[in-house]
Design a protein around this ligand. Structure first.
Ligand code: C2E
Ligand code: MG
Length: 569
């Protein structure tokens, strides 16, 4: 037997298996199965590093196969790629729900299929090792008896809860269950304000309460420090009564602090879904109300589900999209309102998704900031921007400053300056034409480091802009301490109703301070003629907003610049 990783191909159509085996036989040892049942049997005997499974098969189809895999801890980390036919949206949605790492569509395109499998294997690299240990883990599991209970509260610990809940749900198919996830708001404060024993007493009391509550056909566990989960037959527990009950139980302890539990509820629909995934959903629902005065619980509903599916799709497709150049830049001009001419532009990324159409950055940037992908996307965007500036210069002789957004995650990278200098050199540009937009968030996180970084950029010739000023918590002192060249004031924060006048005074004050400090000021989000007059009144000249132009593709921007250039003659 060779040392190649194992690829299991599951498809009832012989020719499909043969074609895929052809694509991969150099890198993988191929094992084939004709349906889900046969595949499961093979997996009992030997671990696979990746499984490609057709959704439509006799005996046991791909979805059922994935349900079994997903709900079985022993296959945790094993990537499964679903094979679908073009346009099978329902199948794809279900497959994502069941944890498919990606899809490939028939008829197979060798380059695309290879690239997608490579990406899947890249992202599950760490999981691999676990899979290769699978056989020995299985043997181990037979001899090791699990320690099921949490030593503090006596409830099931996380692993035990997942196992027991999974069995409960599976063995009672006729009963509908719900998962209730509970968490104490700012529990750490209790430990800090009182003693560790007080904190422990709260947890033990809560555990006792939940245990009694679930004793009739349900179970409960403590899955993290102050996080509890219940699995109960649907309708058995009234969530409002539960919260009232736990409140009064905890109050009876006489601790002079308001201890507040929040809850998220997930109704179990698919009994084959892994319990940890069900808990994640309940927790996700809980997070939507945590800290709120008005609501103490929330259900995992269609809206949240849609949001999660969207996020999963985005994460699944991002790598491939970058490789395939699906991200492009749009440019939005900045105008001098006195001359009516373009003075610079901001580059804004867009995602041209093959099936979803154009996706705006509001949908994916926050997610990429959470998973770190923004570091690569930003750099990709800067490269395209430099390319564009060089092209524009070549074609028209025009050199216009373009601002790019720099995510705070990039600011923490040691090689950032080298990377930027490399780009400038490669495209024979001058750094002062590349404006770097940073946000106040980076300042509030580590002001000292940011000041140093900004100084370094400026010493090397780049211009730095502080973006979205006024949108969040933007102290005036920040303008004093952060040595930027330009301030971009966000107009959207201004109320346009009866408090408009007060807002206008504040904004005029900010513009004055910035000007006194020698900064350029750009007002962003200027939409209407009235906005424009208002901005002019406070003496701000530079405007970026829909009242002049929306962000547009490169080609349109070039056309606009040419027109602007002719008009200026
Ligand atoms: P931002 O940097 O503050 O960019 C300005 C946003 O305001 C853009 O939205 C622009 O289309 C919008 N805008 C401009 N004028 C008006 C106006 O008059 N009215 C209204 N309602 N909106 C206006 P967009 O393109 O959707 O970008 C949203 C945010 O996504 C950007 O905010 C930026 O934070 C982020 N972003 C976009 N491209 C990139 C990128 O390449 N890298 C990073 N890190 N973030 C990016
Ligand atoms: Mg910006």
């Amino acid at each position: 037997m060779d040392n190649k990783p194992v690829m299991l191909i599951v498809d009832d159509v012989n020719i499909n298996r043969t074609v895929l085996a052809q694509f991969f036989h150099d890198e993988y040892r191929i094992v084939e199965a004709k349906d889900g049942k046969e595949a499961l049997k093979l997996l009992e005997e030997e671990a696979a590093h990746i499984v490609l499974v057709d959704l439509m098969m006799p005996v046991m189809d791909g979805l059922e196969f994935m349900s079994v895999i997903k709900s079985n801890d022993q296959y945790k980390g094993m990537p499964v790629v679903a094979m679908t036919t073009n346009g099978d949206q329902d199948g794809q949605t279900w497959a994502v729900e069941l944890g498919a790492a990606d899809f490939i569509t028939k008829p197979f395109n060798p380059a695309i299929v290879r690239s997608r499998i490579k990406n899947v294997m890249g992202s599950s690299e760490n999981e691999w090792r676990k899979v290769t240990q699978l056989a020995s883990d299985k043997q181990l599991a037979e001899v090791v008896s699990y320690v099921d209970n949490d030593s503090l509260t006596g409830l099931y610990n996380r692993e035990a809860f997942y196992r027991k809940a999974s069995r409960l749900i599976r063995d009672n198919q006729e009963t509908k269950y719900e998962i209730i996830y509970l968490d104490i708001y700012c529990f750490k404060i209790i430990n800090d304000l009182f003693t560790m024993e007080t904190g422990n007493l709260v947890l033990k009391t809560a555990a006792y309460y939940f245990n009694v509550l679930t004793s009739n056909g349900g179970i409960c566990g403590r899955v993290e420090s102050d996080h509890f989960v219940l699995c109960v037959p649907k309708g058995q527990v009234n969530i409002e009564h539960l919260l009232e009950g736990i409140d009064s139980t905890v109050v009876s302890l006489g601790i002079s602090h308001n201890i507040v539990f929040y809850a998220g509820i997930y109704d179990v629909e698919n009994t084959y879904m892994a319990v940890d995934q069900m808990c994640d959903r309940a927790r996700l629902a809980m997070n939507t109300v945590k800290g709120s005065y008005m609501h103490r619980y929330a259900y995992y509903d269609e809206k949240l589900k849609q949001m999660m599916l969207e996020e999963q799709m985005i994460v699944r497709d991002m790598e491939f999209a970058l490789q395939e150049r699906q991200f492009s830049i749009y440019l939005q001009p900045v105008y001098n309102s006195e001359t009516g001419r373009i003075v610079s532009a901001e580059a804004l990324v867009r995602w041209q998704h093959p099936s979803q159409g154009m996706i705006s950055p509001g949908k994916f940037i926050p997610l990429f900031e959470r998973n770190g992908f923004i570091v690569r996307l930003d750099r990709y965007v800067w490269e395209r921007v430099c390319e564009f500036m060089a092209e524009l210069r070549e074609a028209t002789g025009l050199l216009l400053p373009v601002a790019v957004n720099v995510s705070r995650l990039n600011l923490y990278n040691l090689d950032l300056l080298d990377f930027l200098m490399g780009l400038i050199k490669k495209h024979s540009l001058s750094p002062e034409y590349l404006h770097l937009e940073i946000t106040e968030e980076a300042y509030t996180q580590d002001s000292y480091q940011l000041v140093e970084e900004v100084e370094l950029f400026r010493q090397n010739g780049f211009k730095v802009t502080l973006d979205n000023y006024g949108k969040g918590y933007s102290p005036l002192s920040m303008l004093k301490d952060l040595p930027v060249d330009t301030l971009k004031v966000d107009m959207s924060f201004m109320t346009r109703g009866d408090k408009a006048e007060r807002g206008a005074h504040i904004m005029a004050g900010v513009v004055d301070v910035a000007k006194d400090l020698g900064l350029d000021v750009i007002i962003e989000g200027v939409e209407t003629k009235a906005d424009r007059l208002f901005v002019a009144k406070m003496g701000a000249r530079l405007i970026q907003g829909y009242c002049y132009a929306k962000p547009m593709p490169k080609e349109d921007f070039v056309e606009l610049c040419a027109k602007d250039f002719l008009e200026g003659k």
